[in-house]
Ligand binder design. Sequence first.
Ligand code: NAP
Length: 280
Amino acid sequence: MARLLEGKPVAEKIRQDIVKEIETLGKKPVLASVMVGDNSGAEAYVKSQKKIAEALGVEYQLHKLSSGTTEHALAEFIEKLNKDKSVNGIIIQMPLPQQIDYKLISQHIQPDKDIEGMHPANIGKVVFGKAKLIPCTAAAVMELLNAAEVELKGKEVVVVGHSEIVGKPLALLLLDKLATVTVCHIGTFEAKKLEEHVRKAEILIVAVGKAELIPGDWVKDGAVVIDVGINRVGDRVVGDIEHEGAFRHASIITPVPGGVGPLTVVMLMRNLVEAAKLQK
Ligand code: NAP
């Protein structure tokens, strides 16, 4: 039977550290959030970001641009925020209208204001183990493992999912801790090799976005399991791992919801404070 690794207590401790750091900054950090179009998908994120920002003493500015905004106009708007010395961090809410390519537009954010850690300059620093602004979800997973005192050195870690925001940076962060990292993706799945890799994981981290893709019985006895996935199934929210079965085999497992989720937005705020310090 596993121990449930909940995100809230870990997030609470980091929140307290952030409040102290903000006091030493001597000024309220300012987060500029840019939303393009009537974006109901982003409303919930914006609400939770705003709530946490205010609780921590962060100024949250929401900039709403019309749905017809061109990539060029958005780039110019970001440039204005880059130049605005009062703004410490910039985020672009997803999804964006189809005329805007997130990968291109996110590169316009000045690296020291890129609090989602997605600018190539920041990702590059992750490769060198020198990053200050780390992609939030990947950072959240590392914080959970750290809080649970999970030894990473020499461990067989399997990451399922190789997205730019989660799987890829996470694999690099784990490598930096000398874990033996296997990254699985759609190619692994199509080659019917996912089960083989998952079964050998001493630490299993899944970030795919497919409800209960990993059957609980694939989880190795005693494994540490981090489920990043958030999937709506009817009126339930489930992860990428079949939780009940995995719970029987794992030694530690995160719940969905309530595992990685509560930490991600706190990581965003920690990056904001880090950004404000970099700009000093
Ligand atoms: P994403 O960009 O869609 O990436 C999904 C990854 O899974 C891709 O690498 C994809 O490979 C791979 N994949 C797809 N089907 C697969 C399969 N059958 N077997 C193995 N790999 C497969 O998603 P994301 O943004 O990384 O998010 C992943 C999940 O985490 C989502 O449920 C999202 O809601 C959740 N999430 C949670 C938090 C949080 O705070 N808890 C934060 C961010 C994301 P290809 O690209 O090659 O197809």
